[in-house]
Design a protein around this ligand. Structure first.
Ligand SMILES: NC(=O)c1ccc[n+]([C@@H]2O[C@H](COP(=O)([O-])OP(=O)(O)OC[C@H]3O[C@@H](n4cnc5c(N)ncnc54)[C@H](O)[C@@H]3O)[C@@H](O)[C@H]2O)c1
Length: 470
């Protein structure tokens, strides 16, 4: 298949590289000249495991980069639109980038084309794309519009794409569905997984993945409903964590108890400082807005969003209760990315907390394995960027863990203790066992579990069971 992918951001670049790995001829189109030049010069603009290998494998062969959308459409059977859909001030998805791509397609149609929504878009977008293409003089049978939502997660994007739980194809006729079936055939017939050079299979992958064909509207809704459900799971467990804190219970034990129910499952039951990133916050708002417009008030989503914001405020209160006043305090902050494994800081709760702590007069030294470059653009010189966790901790009044990077869960605790001015750790991601921390001499605060301190253990009385552990 010959494929154009329009937009070479987190989704487009990963999708393009993976399609090339499945054996297709891919043209990645972007209108950001700097990004294009970087890609053409062999740079990898985002931090994503296995992406450098795939780009190296296919760049200049099955994968080319171009700013010429017209030529890319002419050369392709399928055009995947993977441009951004940021929120407007009213919370709707801004579809102007999608529309501008749709407007450029008709003049390049030189045979049957399938235009595929890869970006996350509200229901009815496919109808609009079709209208726009028809308005610009394309023949009705010269193209179809399909929805193929993307479920990859930053940090594990390549393996998520190649080993998906499912592939959703929204298509309103068989001719169109057949094109997408063919594109994904190396995954659905399992042939990709037989290859010696296949990207290694992650834990939990079920191969081959099912391909679910739905109407385009259902596919559009599946993406919004999935993200809303996952965000709801996060807010739910954060709300449970708050109750645990009030009564002295341990949320990790509660998670184990409820997550082992196969109807619930353990994933996305990780209490923390709330969700962030470029997807959940905007997709929830957009889903809320589209439901409202269609006559349904989806108030559950309001509550999910509110709990998420409250979670950051609760964490700030925890910092205050650990340190009393904040002005002039020196804090070490581990993690700036919105989650581990990525350099993406869009809507990162860690960045929002750092900004608030700066406003409160704290001085901050921070370390993130991948996000310094992007974080510098928003934090400027207001924080010190350290080159490892221990340098960030040196002389600090307390250490805050804000992103669940693997390396933050395996710190040399003795060294950390020596570096900190006071051995206080406030863990927004529950990476450590409180028993272990107190045994190592730390005063340790986490989410949904009693705070502990070597002097008085546990620190907060409550009705602690005394049984800790993750
Ligand atoms: N990031 C994720 O984890 C994720 C996961 C699933 C779905 N999505 C959805 O995928 C879409 C893209 O997200 P992203 O994170 O990759 O965004 P991004 O901002 O990283 O990338 C978008 C790219 O599109 C390019 N672009 C914009 N207008 C263009 C045009 N007219 N022609 C060519 N290129 C253009 C931009 O230059 C940019 O490189 C969004 O709708 C998002 O909600 C994202």
């Amino acid at each position: 298949m010959r494929i154009a992918v329009v937009g070479s951001g987190y989704v487009g670049l990963v999708a393009g590289a993976c399609f090339a790995d499945l054996g297709h001829e891919v043209i990645l189109v972007d209108n950001d000249e700097q990004k294009l030049a970087a890609l053409q010069n062999g740079q990898v603009p985002i931090h994503e495991k296995f992406l450098p290998e795939l780009l190296e494998r296919h760049r200049g062969r099955r994968l080319t980069f171009s700013g010429d959308l017209h030529a890319a459409v002419q050369a392709s059977n399928a055009i995947f639109i993977a441009v951004g859909t940021p929120p407007t001030e009213q919370g709707h998805a801004d579809l102007s980038y999608v529309e501008s791509v749709a407007r450029a397609i008709p003049s390049a149609i030189n045979g049957y084309k399938v235009v595929v929504e890869k970006s996350t878009v509200p229901v009815y977008t496919s109808d609009w794309i079709r209208k726009i293409i028809l308005r610009n003089a394309a023949a009705p049978d010269s193209f179809d519009v399909a929805s193929n939502p993307e479920f990859l997660r930053e940090g594990t994007a390549v393996t998520d794409f190649l080993y998906p739980d499912r592939i959703v194809v929204g298509a309103d006729n068989e001719r169109c569905a057949a094109v997408l079936r063919e594109i994904y055939a190396p995954l659905t017939d399992g042939s990709y997984y037989q290859r010696q050079d296949a990207i290694p299979q992650p834990d939990r992958a079920q191969i081959p993945p099912p391909l679910i064909v739905t109407s385009t509207k259902s596919a559009e809704l599946i993406k919004h409903a999935s993200n809303a459900f996952l965000a709801m799971k996060i807010s739910f467990i954060n709300a449970v964590a708050s109750v645990c804190e009030s009564v002295g219970a341990n949320v990790q034990q509660v998670c184990q108890g409820i997550g082992s129910d196969s109807r619930i499952g353990p994933r996305f039951l990780n209490p923390g400082i709330g969700y962030g990133g470029s997807c959940f916050p905007k997709d929830l708002k957009a889903f809320r807005a589209v439901a409202h417009e269609s006559g349904y008030e989806f108030r559950l989503l309001d509550e999910v969003m509110q709990i998420n914001e409250e979670q950051r405020r609760r964490f700030l209160r925890k910092v205050r209760s650990a340190l009393w006043t904040l002005r002039g305090k020196r804090l070490a902050v581990l993690g700036l990315a919105f989650k581990g494994g990525t350099d993406d800081i869009r809507e990162s709760p860690a960045i929002m907390l750092v900004q608030t702590l700066l406003q409160e007069g704290c001085r901050i030294a921070t370390y993130d394995p991948a996000a310094h470059e992007r974080a510098r653009e928003v934090l400027n010189s207001s924080v010190d960027f350290a080159d490892n966790p221990y340098h960030a901790a040196h002389g600090a009044d307390a250490l805050l863990i804000l992103t669940e990077w693997d390396e933050f869960a395996t710190l040399d605790l003795q060294r950390l203790h020596r570096e900190l001015k006071y051995p206080i750790v406030i863990d927004g991601r529950n990476l450590y066992d409180p028993e272990l921390m107190v045994a190592q001499g730390f005063t340790y605060y986490s989410i949904g579990r009693p705070a502990v301190s070597p002097e008085s253990h546990p620190l907060e009385a409550g009705t602690s069971t005394g049984a800790f552990g993750k």
